[in-house]
Design a protein around this ligand. Structure first.
Ligand code: GLC
Length: 544
């Protein structure tokens, strides 16, 4: 078990993200709940993870599945009670698992008491908690767009002003210039630390210091001043792990956030690699085949850029992204091999890995008719693109490939009805492939994706080189193979991954002849050529 009072313990850790609505229902209402998470702690302990990043469980009208919070100090009733939450924290801790809460500090729900008070009048003490502009009801302050589509300004007739929302209209942005807002938020964070929470994931943290009049929504000039204050006031314990979501971060920016001096955050989620299969300059919906050399160079840039000067988070999946097997692997014949290959490619790098629920059994994307999608971003995109004249089939193809709902189908526990997720009617479609892809089947099969992840997690703890080694990309222009070396003075690790469903000629470097094989997805080292989606990790002591 890791000593979590020590600064930097999270460098040896592996985290697991739970999207509570889709994890495990226990009361038959079709919605996952906290008792469901408690019931699955043994499973997570078996996997070997050190912490759970819990997507929001706070009271919320659920316009954006909990990322619209109406009370930061209460639990959404269908998820359970505060006592359930306390039991979860304690039960997890007994198993060496930390609970990392999701903090949405950029905005609240429009149903939050602060916003309802703010609407009562311009002199209300809460009015200045949000961002307002005067003007005529038929003329927006400017033409900024919201991330989920539509304008970023909405009219509030109650006060005769425009309010700013970077996301949905039901998610008004908080005014971080107001020190009272900041103090309220720090107090709320301390409430959760006192309950035993051991870290936080900070939703869209690069958005807090906006300057909407200048069109700035992320990386505003005050950003790092605010984060340092937040860190000083709210994250006092050395052992707290903090990870900020920062779509705007480049390597230089990430050094500021995750500098080892520790004045800001432990690490950030950056998303540059996530565009390696998008049309250059396009959005995530603008599909292109994976450009493997581009992906490799991007990962190399981050691996080398933060080496000794910050810390990477490593992830393929989360609740906003499609399933990696469907994306860069193979949903068909090579599903298992490709899921393992992608896991090896990621877990061999330097940083803290995050596994998203279901990734460890190789869950896949779903394809639904448009009426069955739930996610507001997906539905807005469909409407907007049709208005812009895109053919419906093309928009649907983008949605099938990239919708956030791909990640939000219920967790597949067994071959029983509704994949063992609920005895009631699930809030969202269960992927019909659950009869084949499920936890029970994975646990029963020693060659499953699950045991591969379990082994990767154990290897990271066993060999120093995973945590400390530097990174050298091999064969950068190769369009089929991702291979790299990690090295310290005493150890060397070679990771080789075939990203295609074909056999590829790729002789292993000579110095690894006879090296110890740490893990492979074909049960044995490659002989001359790499088999479809083959992955292997080889290890040697440097002096040997
Ligand atoms: C983050 C979350 C996403 C949410 C958005 C607004 O990007 O990951 O799910 O919709 O912030 O809170």
């Amino acid at each position: 078990m890791l000593d979590k009072t020590k600064r930097g313990w999270w460098k040896s850790a592996v985290f697991y993200q739970i999207y509570p609505k889709s994890f495990q229902d226990t009361d038959g209402d079709g919605i996952g709940d906290i008792p469901g998470i408690i019931a699955r702690l043994d499973y997570l302990e078996k996997l070997g993870i050190d912490g759970i990043w819990l997507s929001p469980v706070y009271a919320s009208p659920q316009a954006d599945n909990g990322y619209d919070i109406s009370d930061y100090r209460a639990i959404w009733t269908p998820f359970g009670t505060m006592e359930d939450m306390e039991r979860l924290i304690a039960g997890a801790r007994r198993r060496g698992i930390s609970i990392i809460m999701d903090l949405v500090l950029n905005h609240t729900s429009d149903q939050h008491r602060w916003f309802r008070e703010a609407l009562k009048g311009r002199d209300n003490p809460y009015h200045d908690y949000y961002i307002w502009r005067d003007g005529a009801p038929d003329r927006r302050p400017n033409d900024m767009r919201a991330t989920f589509g539509g304008p970023a300004w909405d009219w509030a007739p109650e006060v005769g002003q425009w309010y700013f929302h970077q996301f949905a209209p039901q998610q008004p942005d908080l005014n971080w210039e107001n020190s009272k807002v900041r103090r309220e938020l720090y107090g709320m964070i301390r409430f959760w630390v006192d309950k035993g929470v051991e870290g936080f994931r900070l939703d869209v943290i690069d958005g807090i210091a906006k300057e909407p009049d200048r069109g700035i929504t992320s990386r505003g000039p005050m950003l790092h001043t605010y984060i340092r204050e937040l860190s000083r006031e709210a994250f006092r314990e050395e052992g707290l792990v903090t990870v900020g979501e920062a779509w705007s971060a480049d390597v230089e920016e990430a050094k500021l956030y995750s500098d080892p001096s520790g004045r800001e955050l432990s690490m950030v989620f950056q998303f540059e690699h996530n565009f390696a299969d998008c049309r250059p300059g396009g959005e995530k919906w603008d599909l292109a085949p994976l450009d493997l050399p581009r992906l490799k160079k991007c990962l190399e840039h981050w691996q080398r850029g933060l080496y000794g000067q910050g810390w990477n988070s490593l992830f393929w999946d989360n609740h906003d992204l499609p399933r990696i097997v469907s994306r860069w692997g193979d949903e068909g014949t090579y599903r298992v091999q490709s899921a393992k290959m992608l896991a090896a490619a990621l877990h061999g790098m330097q940083g803290t890995p995050y596994i998203y629920q279901g990734e460890e059994i190789g869950m896949t994307n779903i394809r639904l008719p448009i009426e069955e999608y739930e996610d507001l971003e997906t539905l807005n995109l469909y409407r907007e693109r049709l208005e812009q004249g895109y053919p419906a089939a093309e928009v649907l193809a983008s949605i099938h490939a990239r919708s956030r709902d791909n990640a939000r189908t219920p967790m597949q526990w067994s071959a029983e009805k509704n994949a063992g997720f609920t005895t009631g009617t699930p809030w969202f479609a269960v992927n019909p492939n659950y009869r084949e892809i499920n936890v029970q089947a994975a646990l029963d099969d020693p060659d499953s994706v699950f045991y591969f992840y379990q082994k990767l997690i154990a290897l990271r703890k066993q060999y120093h080189v995973f945590r400390e080694g530097d990174f050298t990309l091999l064969d950068p222009e190769n369009e089929e193979v991702f291979a790299y070396l990690r090295g310290t003075e005493t150890e060397q690790l070679l990771v080789v991954c075939n990203f295609t469903g074909e056999t590829v000629d790729w002789p292993l470097p000579e110095e690894f002849a006879g090296a110890e094989m740490l893990i492979s997805n074909y049960g044995g080292a490659p002989r001359g050529a790499l088999r479809p989606y083959e992955a292997v990790m080889l290890y040697r002591r440097a002096a040997e």
